[in-house]
Design a protein around this ligand. Structure first.
Ligand SMILES: *Cc1c(COP(=O)(O)O)cnc(C)c1O
Length: 349
């Protein structure tokens, strides 16, 4: 009896329909990097079937994805050697060009190649400077083997709706590009809150999985991953009794503790504080004491529970992954991508 991550197929479809509602004209690149944000590539079939393009970070992920999908694959990191270039071509990947060191490599291709150009408009992580971008455009235009599929850039602060960087980056992007090429700027946060950043192609990630990149209850995304685990022990504690490693929590009155078979070895955050809710039989209760590798303790007060009852750690209308992230000093992205292989992943309605 251990943790189970149930991946809702209808929630994936619903969240994709929300993307289409906000960006009805745009092509959709479904971001499925990091094993579909931890949801497992082979369990996100509605995305693989209904997105226009699928994006992953590196060749190994592309190999795995190609076994289960015929869709175009965008290789976000691009290629860094002629071996990788050949692998990318064999896998029918679109290659990102984000650094000037990739220009010669790409230009030496002996087969037709679809590329994307990534411009750095202010995030200063990946991306070509405006000069390098112009250089790419002219150099690749004279190469009949190279198709420029799209030019794109990435926001640094899209999850902060009024951050001045957003308009500054958009302005730079608009200055450098025109509608002769397909353009792409919007990630989830921008799709939902910066309509002027929606060009020909959008790149939703976290919203497809039903989590929001910012706090805002206007949006009705459906959680895709429900992480649950069974209760494996129940104990009555007297005033003064403590729980778990470090004896960090002590009962200040008589109460009942449920021990749940999930811990940091499963990807439940060790930094979750004693303000973190856990959902048991429809009611929220609080985590108590430290998170162990294999289990956590929850103060259930006088609630009626039994060994084997299911505790939901996240992925319910009443308990979203964002809430657990908030109480653990992290973000939903990290919790979702961090669920470990010990958890059983299953496809659900
Ligand atoms: C991961 C990623 C996205 C998706 O971001 P979300 O915040 O998950 O929507 C979009 N674009 C690029 C380049 C990315 O790497």
């Amino acid at each position: 009896m251990r943790g189970v991550a149930t991946i809702s197929q209808s929630a994936l479809l619903y969240n994709l329909s929300v993307v289409k509602k906000y960006a009805p004209q745009a092509k959709v690149v479904a971001m499925v990097k990091a094993n579909a944000y931890g949801h497992q590539l082979d369990l996100v079939t509605p995305l693989l079937e209904n997105a226009d393009i699928l994006a992953i970070s590196e060749i190994k992920e592309a190999q795995k994805l190609r076994r289960i999908s015929d869709k175009p694959i965008l290789l976000l990191s691009g290629v860094h050697s002629s071996e990788e270039l050949q692998q990318a071509i064999n896998l029918n990947c679109h290659c990102m060009v984000h650094h000037s060191s990739q220009i010669t490599l790409i230009n030496n291709t002996t087969q037709t190649l679809n590329i994307w150009l990534k411009i750095d408009t202010g995030m200063h992580r990946l991306g070509l400077s405006s000069d390098e971008y112009q250089q790419c455009l002219s150099s690749f235009k004279s190469n009949p083997l190279i198709n420029i599929k799209c030019v794109m850039s990435h926001f640094a602060c899209a999850d902060e709706q009024n951050h001045p960087m957003n308009q500054a980056q958009l302005k730079t992007f608009n200055t450098l590009t025109d509608n002769k090429n397909n353009r792409s700027m919007a990630n989830s946060a921008a799709i939902l809150s910066l309509p002027e950043s929606i060009f020909d192609v959008v790149r939703p990630g976290i919203m497809l999985y039903g989590a929001l990149p910012f706090k805002d209850n206007r949006f009705t995304l459906k959680p895709v991953m429900q992480l649950s685990a069974p209760i494996i022990s129940i104990k009555t504690l007297q005033t003064g009794d403590c729980v778990g490693y470090g004896a960090s929590w002590t009962a200040n009155k008589q109460t009942t503790i449920a021990i749940i078979a999930i811990g940091y070895g499963d990807g439940y955050p060790r930094h979750a504080t004693n303000t973190t809710p856990v959902l048991i039989n429809g009611a929220l209760h609080l985590l108590v004491g430290r998170v162990s590798m294999d289990m956590i303790a929850v103060d259930i007060g006088s609630a009626k529970v039994a060994i084997g009852d299911k505790a939901i750690l996240w992925g319910d209308k009443k308990l979203r992954v964002e809430t657990v992230a908030h109480h653990s000093g992290t973000i939903g992205y990290e919790l979702l991508t961090g669920v470990s292989a010990r958890v059983s992943f299953v496809s659900g309605k």
